[in-house]
Design a protein around this ligand. Structure first.
Ligand SMILES: [Ca+2]
Ligand SMILES: [Ca+2]
Length: 238
C-alpha cells in the first residue's frame, strides 16, 4: 500500500500529466470568400485570426454542373454569378446536377480543426425589364458526404433590374455538432436552384464565412512516455 504522502505525490503526478494533455492550444480562425477586387485571384479564401497560419483556404471552384461559361466570379459586383440558364429547378436536381461552388479548408500537417460556424449570402438579380428572378441556395459539407443541409435554404427574389439585395443565412451554429470536430480538412458546397432558365436571370453569392478553432494533434507517443514516467515515479515510492 502507498502511504498518504506517496498517494498524494502520485495523484499530483497524474493530475499534472492530464493538465499538460489538456493544455493543447486552440487558436481561433475565420475564412471568408468575399470575391473582392483586392484578392488575387478573386475567388481566394481570406484567412484571419490567431490560428490563421495553421489553416489553408483553397480558392473557390465551380462544380461540374456550373462549368461552361454561365457561372463564375464577377468583377462588377465582387460576388459569384450563376445564370439561371445553367441551373436545375429543384434541390434534388441541383445535387444530382452538381450545381455548386466548392470551398475547402485544410489544417497544416499535425493540426486539426473544429468548425464552429458558417454563413453565406445570396441574391437574385434580373437584367431584363419584366423578368422576375427567384433563386434558392443551400450548403452541404464533406463531413457527411454532402447528404444533409447545413442551415436552412436561403432564397431571394428580384423584380427590378439592378436590384441586388443579399439575403444572409445568418449564423449556422456547428459548434455542438460532433461531425464538425477533429477535422484535417473540410469542403463546403454551396448549391443553387431556381424555377427559370433565363440568360438574364442570375443568382449571386457572397461572403461565404467559416469559423473554427485549430489545435495541434496530441502525439500519442509523447503522451504515453509522460504517463509512463508518472507510473514509474509511483512505483519507486512503494
Ligand atoms: Ca464581395
Ligand atoms: Ca435554371
Amino acid at each position: 500500500m502507498l502511504n498518504t504522502q506517496s498517494r498524494f505525490t502520485c495523484g499530483m503526478a497524474f493530475a499534472c500529466c492530464l493538465f499538460t494533455a489538456s493544455l493543447v492550444h486552440a487558436a481561433p480562425f475565420t475564412v471568408i470568400w468575399d470575391f473582392e477586387d483586392g484578392n488575387s485571384p478573386r475567388q481566394m479564401g481570406v484567412t484571419s485570426g490567431a490560428g490563421a497560419s495553421d489553416v489553408t483556404a483553397a480558392d473557390a471552384v465551380l462544380g461540374p454542373g456550373l462549368l461552361g461559361g454561365d457561372a463564375g466570379f464577377s468583377g462588377s459586383t465582387d460576388s459569384t454569378y450563376v445564370r439561371s440558364l445553367t441551373t436545375a429547378a429543384t434541390e434534388a436536381d441541383a445535387v444530382t446536377g452538381e450545381d455548386y461552388f466548392e470551398f475547402t479548408i485544410s489544417a497544416a500537417p499535425g493540426y486539426q480543426m473544429d468548425i464552429n460556424s458558417l454563413s453565406w449570402e445570396a441574391a437574385a438579380n434580373t437584367n431584363a425589364a419584366g423578368l422576375t428572378v427567384t433563386i434558392h441556395t443551400f450548403m452541404r459539407a464533406s463531413v457527411d458526404g454532402y447528404t444533409t443541409n447545413a442551415g436552412l435554404i436561403v432564397s431571394d427574389t428580384a423584380t427590378a433590374t439592378g436590384d441586388i439585395s443579399f439575403v444572409s443565412s445568418g449564423n449556422v451554429d456547428l459548434s455542438a455538432v460532433a461531425a464538425y470536430d477533429n477535422l484535417t480538412s473540410i469542403t463546403f458546397r454551396l448549391y443553387q436552384y431556381d424555377e427559370l432558365d433565363e440568360f438574364d436571370g442570375y443568382g449571386r453569392h457572397n461572403d461565404i464565412t467559416v469559423s473554427g478553432d485549430v489545435t495541434l494533434i496530441p502525439e500519442p507517443a509523447s503522451l504515453s512516455l509522460v504517463l509512463l514516467g508518472a507510473a514509474l515515479a509511483c512505483r519507486r515510492r512503494r
